[in-house]
Design a protein around this ligand. Structure first.
Ligand code: PHE
Length: 439
């Protein structure tokens, strides 16, 4: 039997838990740094508002209508509207994208675990940017260490998935996510004391269109999908538990705002430190692991703050990891009659082996590249920049062109006129949905 979230709030919390993760705190700042700051941030925000929110509504709508794993939801809905059952491939590619993303997400989750220990041992006390950079370089150069933390992170994630105790985790998220938010604000407070706060802010927010390129726009769009967990079925599954009568539009807007706010706060905390330490904004995936230790090494109570921060980041990473693997596990349970436990073990094993490619991308495999990208970079490009946006577009075509306006209108429950007008504006950017809703 398919359950339901007990309330609209629990749904918002769970979906925000899935959305807020390493993508906001680890990935957003480093991508912004690599792609010239403000131009990237602007395109990202436009993508969240114009594409992300309508797309999230479409995905929740499909999920609530289908109420199964993404693959079976797509198959059922395709039958309902009388189109080819090949639409199930949309679910299959999304499910695969989740597994591929988790394989590297788990390695970075492992870094977070390791950094909890490092902060607790006082490793960052008095650290300069240079010291933190060296510490990180040394850390990732050892494949065995990364192997260990990746394994631990994945075992912890799959343990929760296997026992299906997401319910307990949601309760934890209720208190821990707001705490993470507060700590980020504290870090922004520290950033204000570096003397480079305005430099950081202007890097992030003063539009410089000369830095816009095709690559940076694709990266910004990919990040909008990644950060909101769109285009791969996670939101579809979470949407499938949404009780009737919950406004899909309002909840989607709330989730998108919370998610973007966390990313922007992370950027505002990190870039002033980057500039104050004479570090490079283009550092890449190592960025937060090189900058935040400087903050924790200098601020009063930094040791405790550091430990707490990395613990909260770990929880955020966990809630996202669980949602990444959920489509695959649900599929195995529904179609291969596995128990949840067996499904979790198989999916976990597959993800773990794949993750080894990312483990080695930072040390012995750093020279092994394809199209000038390491295994990790290739996987990230393939999923965030191709699979998620293409999946999202296909979902929009399905919900916009193939589902009847009656169905989408009744699912979206747009009696409320202000909300309706607001959506009308945002849908205007998104032709397929517009065609369906306003024809
Ligand atoms: N949105 C998550 C993050 O920002 C990652 C994620 C992507 C989770 C896709 C589920 C699906 O960390």
């Amino acid at each position: 039997m398919h359950g339901q979230w007990s309330s609209r709030w629990i749904y918002i919390l769970a979906a925000t838990g899935a959305a807020v993760g390493l993508g906001n705190i680890w990935k957003f700042p480093y991508l912004a740094g690599e792609h010239g700051g403000s131009a990237f941030v602007l395109v990202y925000l436009v993508c969240v508002a114009a594409i992300g929110i309508p797309m999230m509504m479409a995905e929740v709508m499909l999920g609530r209508r289908g109420r199964q794993s993404p693959v079976n939801t797509m198959r059922t809905l395709a039958k309902e509207v009388g189109v080819s059952s090949q639409w199930q491939w949309l679910g299959i590619s999304g499910t695969l994208a989740g597994v591929l993303i988790l394989s590297y997400y788990s390695v970075i989750g492992g870094w977070t675990l390791a950094y909890i220990v490092k902060s607790a041992m006082g490793t960052f006390t008095g650290a300069t940017g240079e010291a933190a950079t060296n510490l990180f370089a040394q850390f990732v150069s050892d494949p065995l260490t990364l192997f260990f933390w990746h394994t631990l992170f994945l075992v912890m994630t799959m343990g929760i998935v296997a026992r299906g105790v997401q319910g307990g985790l949601e309760q934890a998220v209720r208190y821990l996510m707001p705490s993470l938010f507060v700590l980020l604000v504290v870090l922004v407070g520290y950033a204000m004391t570096t003397g480079f706060f305005t430099t950081g802010l202007s890097f992030l927010f003063t539009p410089d269109f000369s830095r816009l390129s095709g690559t940076s726009m694709l990266a910004a769009m990919g990040q909008a999908f990644f950060s909101l967990s769109l285009g791969m079925g996670t939101i579809m599954i979470y949407g499938s538990y949404v009780p009737e009568g919950t406004s899909i539009a309002q909840t989607s807007v709330a989730i998108a705002i919370a998610d973007s706010l966390v990313a922007l706060l992370a950027g505002m905390a990190i870039f002033p430190i980057v500039f104050s330490q004479g570090m490079q904004p283009e550092a890449g995936p190592s960025l937060i692991f090189e900058t935040l230790p400087v903050a924790f090494g200098h601020m009063p109570g930094g040791l405790a703050f550091g430990v707490l921060f990395f613990i909260l980041l770990l929880v955020a990473a966990w809630t996202s990891s669980i949602s990444l693997i959920e489509p695959a596990v649900t599929l195995c349970v529904e179609n291969f009659r596995m128990t949840r436990r067996t499904a979790a073990i198989w999916c976990g094993l597959f993800t773990w082996v794949l993750g080894l490619g990312t483990v080695f991308s930072f040390n012995i495999g750093v020279e092994t590249t394809l199209f000038d990208m390491t295994f990790f970079e290739l996987l990230d490009f393939l999923t965030s920049n191709l699979m998620l946006p293409l999946g999202g577009i296909a979902l929009a075509i399905f919900s916009g062109w193939l589902m009847t306006p009656q169905v989408s209108q009744s699912e979206l429950q747009m009696q409320d006129m202000t909300g309706y007008q607001l959506c009308k504006c945002s849908f205007a950017f998104w032709l397929p949905l517009r065609c369906s809703l306003f024809s």
